[in-house]
Design a protein around this ligand. Structure first.
Ligand code: 5GP
Length: 185
């Protein structure tokens, strides 16, 4: 890594771990920090905006981009494809920016091995009970999807020991402070 290069901050959690809220607060407070908007083949949810939360594309379009080597990393999560655009990452690293990646644990492993100086952060839900309750109350997914997310989440929680940092999301503002300390230090 050259001296003026920026860095990647990988934030992973389980669905319903409170990661998106934390990232939103962080970005509002620190507009100099960039968010990498991923591409996904998952259907858009109510309240989401194309180009802001994700670039929503079809499965075929995604597979075409994979062939064209468009992604820095990509993975299949909960039956859908998700990928980080390579050009955005490389350009902004060169420009010395701090970039947040909201990606799953498979993506975190890939980024960490291709850029060891990247910093990985796992957001841990306060307890299994609170986490399951949050997932059910989100109202964005149907019961089968929720069941699947719980099953996958239990597996993802096992990955937290591989992360450089763990933040228990018990109190939102305290978790935000911890996140700021890691990213701004
Ligand atoms: P959701 O569908 O709930 O928005 O996201 C599902 C999972 O996909 C989350 O764990 C999220 O962090 C992850 N994800 C989002 N974008 C990417 C990406 O570009 N790459 C990888 N590997 N995971 C992603």
């Amino acid at each position: 890594m050259t001296e003026n290069q920026g860095n990647l901050y990988i934030i992973s959690s389980v669905a319903g771990g409170g990661k998106s809220t934390l990232i939103d607060l962080l970005l509002r407070k620190h507009p100099e920090i960039l968010f990498s908007v991923s591409y996904t083949s998952r259907p858009i949810r109510g309240g989401e905006k194309n180009g802001l939360n994700y670039h929503f594309i079809s499965k075929e379009e995604f597979e075409d981009l994979v062939v064209k080597n468009y992604f820095y990393e990509w993975a299949q999560v909960h039956d859908n494809y998700y990928g980080t655009p390579k050009e955005f990452i490389e350009k902004n690293l060169k420009d010395g920016k701090k970039i947040i990646l909201d990606i799953d644990v498979q993506g975190a492993d890939k980024v960490k091995s291709s850029l060891p100086s990247s910093v990985s952060i796992f957001i841990v839900p306060p307890s299994r009970e609170i986490w399951v309750e949050r997932l059910k109350n989100r109202g964005t997914d149907d019961p089968q999807v929720i069941e699947k997310r719980i099953k996958n989440g239990l597996h993802e929680l096992e990955a937290q020991d591989r992360f450089d940092n763990r933040i228990v999301n018990n109190e939102l503002m305290k978790a935000l402070e911890e996140l700021e300390t890691i990213i701004l230090s």
